[in-house]
Design a protein around this ligand. Structure first.
Ligand SMILES: *Cc1c(COP(=O)(O)O)cnc(C)c1O
Length: 230
């Protein structure tokens, strides 16, 4: 068994156990393998292990993988996206996890050839270093998106702060879930907002306990390679 297969089995066990604790169905949790820091070869190993959702956070990294990989993959763009890069990225991906401003929505509207599934990125902890909207601005932002025919808000995305304190992490995920439910209850056709993209290598079990439907796993699944991929 390869390292990746081993890691995947281990992660799946943890997902199942977290789902049991939270009384959730593991089938509704999708693993996105974040391949941003690994080679094409390692990425191909990930695909061989059966993962079909892959995440990249730079246009260059995405292009490199797209050029080399022929398999049918659901590509997720998980990084902050510069407006001028939208045209090279938007029609290559299934889902954008980092919608956080109207200027980006404008550009997506202009460049996307089909309706694009997007997560609105939320900076729950309001750390300066993080992208995303503060919780208090999310509802009005989503209201503004009504006029964009090429954007469908499928959910909310966040990154928890980098801390050992589980209660802080859990609080962040719980706040995002509350907001997601509140928006979903509005039953907006352009913003069903049924999904939650939260949880990374260090905190995905907590995220699942708090309702994550997409977890974004890098190092714990694919490892880390020395080689820099640009
Ligand atoms: C890198 C990255 C991940 C994966 O991080 P790991 O800790 O390696 O699992 C998840 N989400 C985002 C937005 C990232 O940039």
């Amino acid at each position: 068994m390869t390292n990746v297969q081993n890691n995947l089995m281990h992660i799946q066990t943890n997902i199942n156990e977290a789902c049991i604790r939270a009384n959730r169905n593991p089938d509704v949790v999708t693993i996105i393998a974040v391949t941003k820091e690994v080679s094409v070869e390692r990425t191909q190993e990930v695909i061989k292990s059966g993962v079909i959702h892959l995440g990249e956070n730079r246009p260059e990294g995405l292009k490199k993988k797209l050029d080399a990989i022929d398999d049918k993959i659901n590509w997720h763009y998980i990084g902050s996206l510069q407006t001028r890069k939208v045209k090279t990225v938007i029609n290559e991906i299934e889902t954008l996890h980092s919608l956080d401003r109207l200027s980006l929505a404008d550009e997506i509207e202009k460049r996307a050839t089909h309706i694009k599934d997007c997560f609105v990125q939320v900076n729950v902890s309001e750390e300066e270093s993080k992208h995303g909207l503060p919780i208090g601005q999310v509802e009005s932002f989503i209201q503004e998106l009504e006029k964009y025919s090429r954007i469908r808000v499928i959910g909310l995305m966040t990154m928890a702060p980098n801390t050992e304190d589980e209660s802080i992490i859990r609080h962040v995920f719980r706040e995002l879930k509350k907001l997601q439910v509140k928006i979903a209850e509005k039953q907006l056709s352009y913003a069903p907002c049924t999904e939650l993209s939260m949880g990374m290598s260090g905190d995905y079990e907590i995220a699942i306990e708090e309702g994550a439907t997409f977890i974004r796993i890098g190092t714990a699944l694919v490892g880390k390679e020395r080689e820099e991929i640009k």
